[in-house]
Design a binder for this molecule. Structure first.
Ligand code: SF4
Length: 200
């Protein structure tokens, strides 16, 4: 019986760090040639100690996805066409300059995602690539998610107890029959062994 040619290629194990978020969990990746056989947590990693999340396991699916972008593509009237890296970079530079000149620097926005903080190329060249565009439109997970929370917390803190109590009193005056805060179905909330809670 003839041996399967794929099985004659020796298996190898690579130890790498997951590049999907700043936790940089250790990975143990078994491969045969270009085929990924398995992705597991690296038990010897001093930080993650063998633990990984499902995203790291899915790296294999991303790597093998036939629709994954592997080369620069340009959309034309007839569909997508493959172009060289030089042509892609020239096209991007030309369009960025044209858009900036026509609509102003802020019309070009950049979104920084997680891998930027643990990717050498991005860390050393990302800011320098954006600097000539002179745009202030820079966004990240922080600006779209975390900063609104911080702003709300800051505003609530500014209002303080006075602000909230004043508003609650105002609403009670406007609706005297309304249930006091802390009530359940119109009845004062009674905690075991305590007097009914009525907020003033
Ligand atoms: S395994 Fe999950 S938690 Fe760890 S670095 Fe990758 S994405 Fe982040």
């Amino acid at each position: 019986m003839q041996a399967n040619p794929a099985e004659t290629i020796p298996e190898r194990t690579h130890y790498r760090a997951c590049n999907l978020c700043e936790a940089i969990c250790g990975l143990e990746i078994r491969v045969r040639g270009t085929e990924i056989l398995s992705i597991r947590g690296d038990a010897a990693d001093p930080l993650s100690r063998g633990h990984i999340c499902p995203k790291a396991v899915a790296l294999k699916d991303i790597h093998q996805d036939p629709d994954r972008l592997r080369k620069p593509m340009r959309r034309t009237a007839e569909g997508w066409e493959e172009i060289s890296w030089d042509a892609a970079l020239d096209l991007a530079a030309e369009r960025l300059v044209a858009i900036s000149q026509q609509h102003g620097a802020a019309s070009i926005a950049a979104y920084y995602g997680n891998p930027n903080v643990h990717n050498y190329g991005s860390m050393t060249h990302g800011s320098r690539a954006l600097a000539p565009l002179k745009t202030r439109s820079r966004y990240s997970a922080t600006s779209v998610d975390q900063l609104p929370h911080q702003l709300l917390a800051f505003r609530l803190r500014q209002m303080g107890d006075h602000g909230l109590a004043r508003r609650a009193a105002m609403h009670r005056r406007a609706r005297p029959s309304a249930s006091p805060v802390g009530c359940s179905r119109g009845r004062p909330l009674r905690l075991k062994g305590r007097a009914p809670t009525v907020w003033r």
